[in-house]
Design a protein around this ligand. Structure first.
Ligand code: 1HE
Length: 270
């Protein structure tokens, strides 16, 4: 029952955006090019995440065709000057920041190739679901380039600097199992099951209080980059702001009145 969105988002021809209730599906829509990301698609991602309808409380990001994303569209690399190269990377940063630090959490549903800039996009999401055929690589080393879409900052926070260094220097691919063990994916599911799992998770995420979700996605990565002392202070401010919201008061009251769910045992929800 996902319906295409109307208005500005419907005009983004390299994405397919639909919505059911509080969950939006955003699909990379360049399957003939394995969803390789050209400049137009980077800008469309930024526009999309900047202009999500107010009803949306969580997004599922996935890819059309056999692969999630083949990374940077290498046919556009061309003869960029050094200065243009910096600005191109900064354009990716702005778009990836709009995914990570937008208004609502993003669940990425991964399948097939998640490589180069595709892994940088996946690393900008908040929760990652991978199908068993997913594979990860950073072929930038072989192509004579470097990550430029935020990967150097985000991917080590998932797999560590040592694993990312190995991937870039040796060009090795990780399979879905190793990606799960190393912390790229949070959930590993069978072939064809990724989208349904991601939608179930996004539905659950969207049922949280919006300010609570916002605090998680905005504060946690920032606190991780701070000294412990600064991080603890920011935590106390964020906690007080979230607690002060009406949604928190209502939800705590509902639990105390036995009107809210208890914590589920592992294996229960979503
Ligand atoms: C592309 C791209 C692309 C496919 N740019 N055109 N990324 C890479 O180095 C990965 C390059 N791609 C691949 O290794 C493979 O395409 C895949 C493993 C992802 C998929 O293989 P397969 O056999 O399913 O597809 P294919 O036949 O290789 O590709 C189908 C078409 O898509 C083909 O074009 P066609 O005209 O022959 O039909 C490919 O050339 C085209 N295609 N990937 C351009 N990436 C912000 S900095 C980030 C830096 C990076 O991301 S570097 C890593 C780039």
């Amino acid at each position: 029952d996902f319906q295409p969105v109307s208005g500005l988002l419907a005009s983004l021809d390299l994405l397919r955006i639909s919505r059911s209730g509080a969950v939006a599906l955003v699909r990379l829509e360049r399957p003939a090019k394995r969803n390789a990301i050209n400049d137009a698609l980077v800008l469309q991602l930024q526009t999309c995440f900047l202009n999500l309808p107010a009803e949306v409380g969580a997004v599922v990001l996935h890819g059309a065709g056999e692969h999630f994303c083949a990374g940077l569209d290498l046919s556009e690399l061309g003869e960029r000057s050094v200065a243009e190269g910096v600005l191109h990377s900064r354009m990716w940063h702005a778009a990836m920041d709009q995914i990570q630090f937008g208004r609502v959490p993003v669940v990425a549903a991964l399948h097939g190739a998640v490589v180069g800039g595709g892994l940088e996009i996946a690393a900008s999401a908040h929760v990652r679901v991978a199908e068993s055929g997913t594979f990860y690589a950073l072929p930038e080393g072989q192509r004579g380039i470097f990550v430029g879409g935020g990967g150097a900052a985000r991917i080590p926070r998932l797999v560590g600097v040592a694993c990312m260094t190995d991937m870039m220097l040796t060009g090795r691919s990780l399979d879905a199992t190793e990606g799960q063990q190393r912390g790229i994916s949070n959930y590993l599911v069978g072939p064809g099951e990724g989208l349904a799992k991601a939608i179930a998770l996004a539905t659950r995420v969207a049922s949280n209080a919006p300010l609570s979700n916002y605090a998680v996605m905005q504060a946690l990565p920032r606190i991780a980059g701070m000294s412990q002392s600064d991080g603890l202070f920011l935590e106390s401010l964020m906690a007080a702001i979230a607690q002060g919201d009406d949604a928190a008061k209502q939800r705590v009251r509902a639990f105390l009145d036995k009107r809210a769910d208890k914590v589920a045992r592992p294996g229960g929800a979503a």
